[in-house]
Every structure is written in structure tokens, then in C-alpha cells.
Ligand binder design. Structure first.
Ligand code: BGC
Length: 746
């Protein structure tokens, strides 16, 4: 930490003190606090659910606790606050932390699903409602948004991410944190957000959670850091350090990340909490000798609060006495923690009165959850426009699969406070939507999504034979994604593929709905089904949302926030890859089945691809069908040449050429043709969700400033480099009208 930064922060508090009374409290507290009380503010403990342990109560009384996480019983939370405020020497209230990731009691689509909506308003609204509901339990701090760029669908935490793209993740991450924090943290129902996991956690080797990440600085700055920079600029209250080891230095002991970049380069004003026991884990990483050494590394790196482990309480006093940790470092951390408590209004009102907030799970919250789920679903296939199904012309529907009527599994990962008793399943919703004349037969066919037992197939086949259409609701149950829940194969688990085979043989048309926490490799099953609606884990209102989509009360509008590979061996595969010196093309690609025996190596394409699968993904980033079609025409740029610092004005005529109303996500991509470091083949730079009635046309406009084209060069300088660019506007990363422009220096 530079001493300048510390002085700045102290000055800021002082100048606040001059304009308002309250921050003087912080100054005076800082003066009165003992070293042990300061360590206490820097320590977070976990709650015990049904009671307050005597040990926790005593620690709070002694001022040894700055925050408690995972305590959500309001009477207990208020009692914890009472102990802190009334029975500790200085009466400092507590931060109450909780993982409110995609809802509290009302569960919204998993974050990856929300990202598929490409809708900032929806993401913000979901977070706002999550905050309102969490606040009824006294929670004032969530550990979200998770803005780790995720390019490996094997990684279980991809479910919790906003996908593969730095721009989309930045924009939606900011929307989410704004939803949690509102425009004023002090307002009832606003809670502090946390940008996590700083940084690079999504690049875990082979998608194994917690494992090593090796990310060159240039890639780190151009791909992994932008969402965090955007969150810092948007005023996210806190950051969380990652569990992972970044280029040999675990994030929780990484001074370069936490101090040099976050505080000094970005001038971040909030504080950093470690991840769960990630400070003691510095020892497990083989980075610190023992817990004392771990405390030394973490504190000096700039970790302000330690989650769950107690190395700060146990060792910082000695480290301070030995001069290995500077008191300025500690004062900085404590000041930042107290400032957040002040900003949240906790010094004035530490207690929660749930009656002042809307009731969780109210009809408005459920309606937003339904709309969010509708916007999140991505239609991947719709042969012969089998969808939407016509409720009037059907006489019988077979609803098959382990996820058709499972209120728990539709919720997804990280749903601590969501109760499946509030879930509305697909089966219930379809029954409600269809008239009594339509016969609905439900067969689970498999006990769980992982079952290998095929005894239920016979009944499922009979049901499909008797029906006009078979709606298969398959996928991954919740436990198969999320923290530590990574997979080496990412196909439909258990015997679900065999179930599809069995139903396909009946000849009854198949509509496949997939609920999952990640992209799945579904290439082999695609030809066997007529339609695929990818629903992620849609949450409490999965059923009504999916029923509306299947029966045409709503049109699908989600687009993939992450590339779907054909085979797991293609991973990592993402649209913004580099071009390489030998890019794969249709002309050069040869499948291994087509290679003549003993042919010379040079007769092959010699291109950057695999022999046993096409080089393209199964579904590209940004892809998603609708019940209508959109055409793009007359792409216009106001100039073919612009100067650095200027803004390009772009517009395109978008027409809904189909018979149904619909929403299109218009995507703007560029390619910087030559760079001092090689540039991705495409980069998303903007997007708009546009609603058009059938037959309607509209100009869709974008402003693209040259600043938006900046990237970190070889010397880690953020610059826009003059030169030639390509620009595309379209409904997917792989299609669109193309134009060219040039940026010149003078
Ligand atoms: C996760 C964090 C989470 C924390 C607290 C950790 O295991 O990595 O994302 O916020 O637990 O529950």
C-alpha cells in the first residue's frame, strides 16, 4: 500500500467529518480502538443458524467480530446486532453477509441464465428484489455479483457467472451490483454488493474448481479484469479475493492484484474480503509457512477482512509488534470497513424491521421471476416451426423426464434461502395452461437426471406413442453445477441420451427442454429431436415461463452468453479467440474419417483444429432463435474514417419479417485487424434488446467511441491503436452485416 493512498483515505474521512457530524464518529472510533478491536473489525465469523453460540456471543461482546455470515433468522440477526451495539465496548454494528446469488426467497434464473437475457433492466430488477428480500432477514451484504469470465463449461461455477465475454459480463455485472446497492446504500432494502472472485478464478485448469490459473498479464488485463474494473468504477462496496493461485501467487496473498492494481491503478475505495478460509489456505497452497505467515502475506497484500479463519485475530498483533505489518495497513482496512457500515446506515439503525419491507415471494416478485425466466431461455432448434405448440389443435401431450415436475432441481445452485415448496414446475404450469380437453400424461422415466436405471423407459415410450407430441424435460440436477461441482464430461448425464433414443424411435415429435447449469454437449442428440429450448436453471417460476414459451404466449428471445462446444475436447472454445497463423477454414478442414490411409501429413489442412470434430462450435456465442425472424438491412456508418477520440455513428434497419411479435438482441462486434498484440477475431462492443411487432421495422443506432476500442498493449498501456477495423451488426456472433472503417491519428 502506498503511503499516499493511506493519507488520501484518512483525508477523505476527515473532509467528510468537516461537512457532516457522523464520520467524526469513525475518526473518534479509530482513535479509541485497541489493536484487538481493530483485528475484530477485520474478522468475519459464520453463524450457527438456530442459535447463537456462547463463543460467538462472547467474541462479539469483546469486539472481536466485524461481520457474521450465513445467519438469516431475523430474531437471531437482531440479537447479534444488539450484542454488538449494546454489549461491546465501542458498540460497532455488524455486517451480516450472505450469498444472495440469484434470489433470496424468490429464486430467479441462475446468473448464467440471467446473462442469456442480455437485459440489464431484468438483471438489475432481479438483484433489487433479491436485496429487498434478503434485507427482511437483516442481511446487509451479499457476495455477488460473480464476474469471473468463464470459458470452460466443465467448471461448475460457470452457472454462477455471466458467461465468456468481457463486455457482456461488465455491463450485466454493473447492472446486478446496482440492483443490490440501489442508488443509496442507506435506503431500506439496499445491500452492499461484492465483486468476486478477484481475479482469474474462472480460468481454473481443466475446469477443476480451485485449481491453478496461469494467465499472462496481457490476457488478464484484456479479458479477466475488465468486469472488475467496471464494478470498481460503478462503486461496488466490496471485492472478494479468489481461492485460486494466479501465476504462482495465490490471489489472497497477491499484493500486485489487491494493492497495485485495485487500489493504486484503479483508485478503488471499498474493501476486500478474503474467500472462505482462503487466508489459511495460503499455507495449503505452499505459499506461506504457517498461519502467521499467511496473515502476514494476506494483510500486506491488502486483504482487509478475513472470512472465517482467524489468522488476523491470532497473529496480526504480533506481526504489528514485530514491525512486519504496518499499523497504517490495519488502519486503512478498519477505516474502509467502518465506512461501509456508516454508508449502510448501521450506526443509526442496526436493527431490521421486516415490516418496513415488501413481503418476500409476493406476486410482483414472482412475476419478475417469470419474466426473467422467459427472457433467459434460448431456443436452439425449432425444426419445421414445431414450436410454439398449439393448445387448440393438440389432444394429448406426453410430458417426460426427471425435471418435469421437480420443484427443487429447477432452482439451480446457491439457493440457500429458496424453498422448493414455492416452485411452480413445468407439469403444473402446463396443466394450468391447457384446457381439460387436452390429455396430459406425465412419466418421470428416470429417478434423477443421473440415473442409469432404464426401467421407466417402457412407460415413457408408451406415453409418447399415445401422444401428439412428447415434451421431454431433461438436463442436470442442481448439484451437478456450482462450487466444486465440475464435470469432465458435459453431456446429458445418466441414461438421458438413451431415453431420447427410445422416444425418438416412436416417431412422435419431440420438444426437448433442457435445464442445466452449463452448456452441454448435445450434438449427437440434436438430430433426434425437433426442438430444443435451453432453460438453464430457471428458478421458482420455471414452469409458468416455460409453459408460456412452449405454447406461444411468449416468444423466446434469449441469446447464448457462452459458446456451446460440439465436444468437450474443444474446450476452451469461445467466439473471441485469436486468429492464429493457420486458422481453420472450410477449405482446409479434413475430418479424420476422410483422411486416406497413409496419406502424407501435408495433405491435411494444417490448420488450428481437431481431426475428429468440425472446428466450429455447436452453437456460437450470441445465438438464439425466436418464433419470428429478423432481417438486418442498410448498415450505415456516418464515416469510413475517424480520428482517435471521435465517435462513430452506426445504424441498421431491423425488420421483424415473421408473423409473430418478438424481441431481438442486436449485437455490435468489431475486429481490430492489426494490433501490437494480436486481437480477437471478434469483440462484442455493444448490444440492444429491441421489441418489434410482426412486420415492423426500426432503425437501431449505436455510438462507438474510439475509447471503446482500447486494449492493453505489449507494455500494458491501455490504448486505441489507429488502423483498419471490421464491424458487424447482427443477431449472433457468427452472422451479421459487415462494414469497415479506419481510425487515424491526425
Ligand atoms: C465461495 C464464495 C462465497 C463464500 C461464502 C466460498 O466457498 O467461493 O463465492 O461467497 O464461500 O459462502
Amino acid at each position: 500500500m502506498s503511503s499516499n493512498l493511506l493519507i488520501d483515505s484518512a483525508n477523505k474521512i476527515k473532509s467528510c467529518a468537516e461537512s457532516s457530524n457522523q464520520p467524526c464518529i469513525l475518526n473518534s472510533l479509530m482513535k479509541r480502538m485497541t489493536i484487538e478491536e481493530k483485528m475484530g473489525q477485520m474478522s468475519q465469523f459464520f453463524g450457527h443458524g438456530e442459535h447463537i453460540s456462547e463463543q460467538l456471543a462472547e467474541s462479539i461482546r469483546q469486539g472481536r467480530v466485524g461481520s457474521v455470515l450465513n445467519e438469516v433468522r431475523l430474531d437471531i440477526v437482531n440479537e447479534l446486532q444488539r450484542l454488538a451495539v449494546e454489549e461491546s465496548r465501542l458498540g460497532i454494528p455488524l455486517l451480516i453477509g450472505r450469498d444472495v446469488i440469484h434470489g433470496f426467497n424468490t429464486i430467479f434464473p441462475i446468473p448464467l441464465g440471467q446473462a442469456a437475457s442480455w437485459c440489464t433492466a431484468t438483471v438489475k430488477q432481479c438483484a433489487h428484489i433479491s436485496a429487498l428480500e434478503a434485507a427482511t432477514s437483516g442481511v446487509n451484504w451479499t457476495f455477488a455479483p460473480m464476474i469471473d469470465i468463464s470459458r470452460d463449461p466443465r467448471w461448475g461455477r460457470i452457472a454462477e457467472s455471466l458467461g465468456e465475454d468481457p463486455y457482456l459480463c461488465s455491463v450485466l455485472g454493473v447492472a446486478m451490483l446496482q440492483g443490490f446497492q440501489g442508488d443509496d446504500l442507506q435506503k431500506n432494502g439496499s445491500i452492499a454488493a461484492c465483486a468476486k472472485h478477484f481475479a482469474g478464478y474462472g480460468a481454473a485448469e481443466s475446469g477443476r474448481d480451485y485449481s491453478t490459473t496461469n494467465i499472462p498479464e496481457n490476457e488478464l488485463r484484456n479479458v479477466y479484469l475488465p468486469p472488475f474494473k467496471a464494478a470498481a468504477d460503478a462503486g461496488v462496496a466490496t471485492f472478494m479475493s479468489a481461492f485460486s493461485d494466479l501465476n504462482g501467487v495465490p490471489a489472497s496473498g497477491n499484493k500486485w492484484l489487491m494493492t497495485d492494481i485495485l487500489r493504486e491503478e484503479w483508485d478503488y475505495q471499498g474493501f476486500v474480503v478474503s474467500d472462505w478460509e482462503s487466508v489459511v489456505q495460503l499455507t495449503t497452497h505452499g505459499f506461506s509457512e504457517d498461519n502467521k505467515d499467511a496473515a502476514y502475506e494476506a494483510a500486506n497484500a491488502g486483504i482487509d477482512m478475513e472470512m472465517v479463519s482467524t489468522t488476523y485475530l491470532d497473529h496480526l498483533p504480533d506481526l504489528l509488534a514485530e514491525g512486519r505489518v504496518n499499523i497504517k495497513q490495519v488502519n486503512y482496512a478498519v477505516t474502509k470497513i467502518l465506512q461501509l457500515k456508516w454508508q449502510l446506515g448501521l450506526f443509526d439503525s442496526p436493527y431490521t424491521d421486516a415490516n418496513l419491507l415488501p413481503k418476500p415471494l409476493n406476486s410482483e416478485h414472482l412475476q419478475v421471476a417469470k419474466e426473467a425466466a422467459i427472457k433467459s431461455c434460448v431456443l436452439l432448434k425449432n425444426a419445421n416451426n414445431i414450436l410454439p405448440l398449439s393448445a387448440e389443435s393438440l389432444s394429448s401431450v406426453a410430458i417426460i423426464g426427471p425435471l418435469a415436475d421437480d420443484p427443487y432441481e429447477q432452482l439451480g445452485t446457491w439457493i440457500f434461502d429458496g424453498d422448493s415448496k414455492h416452485s411452480q414446475t413445468c407439469l403444473t404450469a402446463i396443466k394450468q395452461l391447457l384446457s381439460a380437453q387436452v390429455s396430459i400424461d406425465h412419466v418421470k422415466a428416470m429417478e434423477t437426471s443421473r440415473s442409469h436405471d432404464q426401467t421407466g423407459f417402457k412407460q415413457a415410450v408408451e406415453s409418447a406413442i399415445a401422444a401428439d407430441v412428447a415434451v421431454l424435460i431433461l438436463g442436470e440436477e442442481s448439484i451437478l453445477s456450482g462450487e466444486a461441482h465440475c464435470r469432465a464430461e458435459i453431456n446429458l448425464p445418466g441414461c438421458q441420451e438413451q431415453l431420447i433414443d427410445a422416444i425418438a424411435q416412436t416417431g412422435t415429435p419431440i420438444v426437448l427442454v433442457i435445464m442445466a447449469g452449463r452448456p452441454l454437449t448435445i450434438e449427437a442428440i440434436l438430430p433426434k429431436v425437433d426442438a430444443v429450448l435451453f432453460a438453464w436453471h430457471p428458478g421458482t417460476m420455471a414452469g409458468p415461463a416455460i409453459a408460456d414459451l412452449l405454447f406461444g404466449k411468449a416468444s423466446p428471445s434469449g441469446k447464448l452468453p457462452v459458446t456451446f462446444p460440439r465436444k468437450v475436447g474443444q474446450v476452451p472454445i469461445y467466439y473471441g479467440q485469436k486468429h492464429s497463423g493457420k486458422p481453420a477454414t472450410e477449405a482446409t478442414f479434413v475430418h479424420m474419417d476422410d483422411i486416406p490411409v497413409r496419406s502424407p501429413q501435408t495433405s491435411l489442412g494444417m490448420a488450428a483444429t481437431h481431426l475428429d470434430t468440425h472446428f466450429s462450435p455447436l452453437f456460437p456465442f450470441g445465438f438464439g432463435l425466436s418464433y419470428t425472424q429478423f432481417s438486418y438491412q442498410d448498415l450505415e456508418l456516418n464515416n469510413k474514417t475517424i480520428h482517435l477520440g471521435e465517435t462513430l455513428k452506426i445504424r441498421v434497419m431491423l425488420t421483424n419479417t415473421g408473423d409473430a411479435d418478438g424481441e431481438e438482441i442486436v449485437q455490435l462486434y468489431i475486429r481490430d485487424l492489426v494490433g501490437s498484440v494480436t486481437r480477437p477475431v471478434k469483440e462484442l462492443k455493444d448490444f440492444k434488446r429491441v421489441k418489434l411487432a410482426a412486420g415492423q421495422s426500426e432503425w437501431v443506432s449505436f455510438d462507438l467511441s474510439t475509447d471503446k476500442l482500447a486494449f492493453y498493449d505489449r507494455n500494458m498501456q491501455l490504448k486505441t491503436e489507429p488502423g483498419q477495423f471490421h464491424l458487424w451488426l447482427g443477431g449472433c456472433s457468427q452472422t451479421g452485416l459487415r462494414h469497415e472503417f479506419e481510425i487515424i491519428n491526425e
